[in-house]
Design a binder for this molecule. Structure first.
Ligand code: UD1
Length: 391
């Protein structure tokens, strides 16, 4: 990688203004790359934190990895993110095709914008594709949500995380285990900043509006206990045996309490292909994907969340809502150690048993996790623009 023109926190030398003009002499250009649903709630607080800040130019690129209105536009609206400056329209394809298309289409954008930092978020294909291009152009990379590790190499996201972190110049971790993982991999400590969890910034910001939506009312669940479920991991839904086991498990849980199950397009397709329908006596409600505010409103009042999502493990921990994660591992161990999350084998009986246990136990109060306080974006901007450090 080329040596960057300026160090972290030093406003670099692009965009000079005349010496006689008041205001900042230097402008820093940040280029944020997002593409998939979980990226959008990580971008929103950052975009807000730099809006109107003098000396900062923010360029937003949407790769188009997610393109359905319910997977993308709804999040931009709910989170009040402005229109992206560039839309690359890559769409769905195999991992190699999608990653390659993002790389090909984003390279000219980075060449013409010449940002001082490329900001990438989380662990999706858009994240690693943008990081690879930036690294080869010698542009500094800042990774938001760095250091998480499941140590499960069958997950595409684990490959994306490790490669992105290896290429990044600034690594913003959500929890201290992220720092430990990065240090163990030999990342120099001065590149790592423990800034906290940016997803929680979005949650804190949106919770009052989300509660105001009263989403449970729309499902006839006012004041009633219910469960929210989401599934989309290839390991759970692409394999017919796993999908059937989980579907039957949810059907069993839905004999005790209504289960609201917003379907990711991948899951919707697989359920249709397998011809799965829930039987009589089971209140399992398969619905279209829901926007950020509606989901938050549903989750905040749920008795239990059953999921394989990364973000929901964190959101339920913050809200104190019990969460069953149907995976063998998690890159977010703090949600199990300090929060409300538990890992359960993606099997029918195990799921049913774990759900019943949650129903019969008293609810714990939410854990307070260090730097999950709604101020993570502020800290990130402090590092990028103000030369601050968060160890
Ligand atoms: C991606 C991320 C995953 C993240 C998830 C959140 C990678 C490797 N995976 O998985 O980490 O948790 O997003 O949703 O980046 N599809 C649509 N409409 C859309 C988007 C997708 O119909 O707007 C369908 C297509 O059939 C597509 C499939 O969903 O092939 C999978 O989409 P893709 O972006 O490849 O992966 P996700 O499963 O969404």
């Amino acid at each position: 990688m080329l040596v960057p023109a300026a160090g972290a926190g030093q406003p670099p030398s692009s965009g000079f203004q005349a010496e006689t003009e008041p205001g900042p002499l230097l402008t820093i250009t940040l280029l944020s790359v997002v593409g998939a649903r979980p990226n959008f709630m990580k971008l929103a607080p950052l975009a807000r934190a730099v809006t109107g800040r003098s000396g900062v130019r923010h360029v937003i690129v949407h790769t188009g990895q997610h393109y359905d209105a319910g997977m993308s536009d709804a999040f931009f609206q709910d989170l009040a993110i402005r229109e992206p400056d560039y839309h690359l329209d890559v769409g769905s394809a195999s991992h190699a095709q999608q990653t390659a298309a993002i790389m090909q289409r984003i390279e000219p954008v980075m060449v013409s914008e010449r940002p001082d930092f490329v900001l990438v978020f989380g662990d999706v294909n858009s994240t690693v594709a943008a990081a690879l291009v930036a690294a080869k152009l010698g542009i500094q990379i800042a990774h938001v949500e760095a250091g998480l590790r499941s140590r499960d190499w069958s997950m595409p996201e684990e490959i994306n995380r490790v490669v992105t972190d290896r290429l990044s110049d600034l690594l913003f971790t959500p929890s201290r285990d992220g720092n430990a993982n990065l240090l163990a991999e030999g990342v120099p400590s001065d590149r790592i900043h423990f800034v906290g969890n940016i997803m929680i910034d979005s949650l804190v910001y949106a919770l009052p509006s989300a509660r105001g939506l009263r989403a449970p009312d729309h499902y006839g669940l006012t004041g009633r206990p219910y469960v929210v479920a989401t599934l989309h991991r290839p390991s759970n839904v692409d394999d017919a045996t796993s999908l059937r086991a989980l579907f039957r498990g949810l059907e069993a849980v839905a004999r005790d309490l209504p289960v609201i199950f917003p379907l990711h397009p991948r899951t919707q397709g697989r359920i249709a292909a397998e011809g799965l329908v829930s039987g009589a006596g089971s209140d399992l409600r398969l619905i279209e994907p829901v926007g950020y505010l509606e989901m938050l409103s549903l989750v905040a009042d749920a008795t239990l969340v059953i999921t394989d999502s990364g973000g929901l493990q964190e959101e339920t921990t913050f809200l104190g809502v019990p969460c069953i994660t149907v995976r063998e591992n998690t890159e977010r161990p703090i949600t199990c150690l300090q929060g409300t999350n538990q890992l359960v084998s993606p099997a029918r009986d195990a799921l049913e048993r774990a759900a019943r246990e949650v129903f019969s136990n008293a609810r714990r109060s939410p854990a307070e996790i260090e730097r999950w306080d709604g101020r993570t974006a502020e800290r990130i901007v402090g590092v990028l623009v103000g030369g601050e450090a968060y160890r």
